[in-house]
Design a protein around this ligand. Structure first.
Ligand SMILES: [Zn+2]
Length: 467
């Protein structure tokens, strides 16, 4: 996520004018450095000892792939100072059949028309006021909350709205328990009108829009996202967009899972859901992570009447940048050696290195390797791993693990790992260096303005159910 665009680089600029030698030799800096550790390079033996072979998927049940990706663009609508901006958020799922991809793979040259076959994408678009602009005299906070509230309320071709899905998540409705509530610490209108009401309890019966009993201003269900905490009337809402986009990408995936769960739960077995980036929620929206972990657990343990015990959910987050991707590049050689060695004696899809707490804090990001708090405990809904497929391509992936977060995840903890990685290994296309077809395509298509927004999502769900 790009935080670099945030204003306020002044301290850095000032710092650059002081000579580096002076800084390093200052007693304060020396004292600080004496207490600091930086992750060290992982030695080949450690890497190779932790690697596990990924067996060939025996009867790959995954037939369809759904990848979600989005982007946002801030547009200046008044250039005079102070400038006013609106941010356009576009995102959506891209859906295709694994078999179509296999057919493409057999061709030596991929023509644009072939790629067009895969272009099934449904776009969601949201225009958000982000700076010096308001809706009918409302404050920026109120304008943004109202806009997001309306977006979640939009009817989606007779199916559940995004609000129904948010409600499904917040109150874990898959559990059929009515006792789950959610408490807002403060009235979301606090900054705008000074309302002092605290501990506002939302229940599954609370309407998507209600009124605060103290100030009379609206309380929306989207207020569980705590967007108002990121909006400053003068600085604008630049901090909201990346958080919101990440939450929306996740919610759209969950939305499709929700639709299928209501229509035909066992259809979920045939679909691989791919999130661009890790399976994690950062910033204010991390409060939904516990619920998503519970959803993954629930679907993994679901036993259908036919008696099949294979977990229902196939989902993976794939990263394209960041410290884990850099680390994967560093250990590429060690992984390669191990892959070649194992390939000689076993029929495998590739190898995987599940990343334990200790490993992450020793070799990837700074932290205490002996810590009892797992990496990403509050933000991730699955542990991380590095996967190297037989064709040599490497992925940093997140897959949910049964029973939630574990400091030392084992191969068998991950939900449907053999089938999920088997499908991931098929997504590689030499046209895109280290890029996944669905993610690369979704990137391109989501940013195009002419893509027809149709009922693809709903039609797809209906189609899968009919099979
Ligand atoms: Zn209030």
């Amino acid at each position: 996520m790009a935080y670099s665009s945030v204003r306020g680089r002044k301290p850095m600029e000032r710092a650059s004018k002081i000579s580096h030698t002076n800084i390093i030799s200052s007693p304060q800096v020396q004292a600080l450095l004496a207490q600091c550790t930086v992750p060290r390079p992982a030695d080949p033996a450690t890497v190779q000892d932790s690697v596990k072979p990924v067996p060939k998927s025996e009867s790959q049940p995954i037939k369809h792939v759904v990848a979600v990706d989005g982007s946002f663009r801030e547009v200046v609508i008044r250039e005079d100072f102070p400038s006013a901006t609106i941010t356009f958020i576009a995102f959506g799922p891209l859906i295709f059949e694994l078999e179509d991809l296999r057919a493409l793979d057999r061709e030596t040259f991929i023509a644009p028309e072939d790629l067009a076959k895969l272009k099934k994408i449904q776009r969601f678009q949201l225009a958000l006021p982000t700076r010096n602009i308001s809706r009918s005299g409302l404050s920026l906070q109120r304008s943004i909350r109202l806009t997001v509230h309306e977006f979640f309320s939009e009817p989606r071709n007779g199916g559940p709205t995004l609000y129904h899905t948010l409600q499904w998540v917040v109150f874990r409705r898959w559990r059929n328990s009515t006792g789950i509530t959610r408490t807002l610490r403060n009235c979301p209108n606090q900054q705008a009108n000074g309302c002092k009401r605290q501990d506002i309890v939302l229940t599954p019966q609370t309407k998507f829009e209600s009124r605060c009993t103290e100030c009379g201003d609206p309380i929306y269900l989207i207020d569980v996202l705590r967007l108002e905490e990121l909006i400053d009337e003068e600085q604008g809402a630049g901090r909201v967009t990346s958080y919101l986009l990440s939450a929306l990408e996740t919610l759209v995936l969950v939305h499709l899972i929700h639709i299928l769960w209501e229509m035909k739960p066992t259809a979920l077995r045939e679909i691989l859901f791919i999130k661009d980036g890790p399976l994690a929620l950062f910033g204010q929206v991390f409060t939904l992570v516990d619920a998503l972990r519970d959803l993954a657990d629930f679907l993994a343990e679901y036993h259908d009447p036919a008696g099949t015990t294979r977990p229902l959910l196939n989902i993976v987050g794939l990263e394209k940048s960041g410290p884990f991707v850099e680390h994967a590049t560093h250990i590429e050689k060690s992984l390669d050696e191990k892959l070649q060695e194992l390939k000689k004696s076993q029929d495998i899809t590739g190898i995987v290195l599940p990343l334990s707490n200790e490993y992450i804090y020793k070799y990837v990001v700074p932290g205490d390797p002996g810590s009892t708090i797992s990496y990403g405990q509050n933000t991730y809904w699955g542990p991380k791993m590095i996967f190297k497929a037989n064709d040599g391509s490497t992925y940093v992936a997140t897959v949910p693990a049964l029973g939630g977060h574990k400091p030392t995840p084992q191969y068998s903890d991950f939900v449907n790992l053999t089938d999920v990685l088997g499908a991931v290994s098929e997504l590689r296309c030499s046209m895109y260096d280290n890029a996944l077809i669905p993610v690369a395509l979704a990137n391109r298509l989501v940013s195009l303005s002419e893509v027809p927004s149709s009922r693809i999502l709903e039609n797809f769900a209906k189609g899968v159910v009919k099979m």
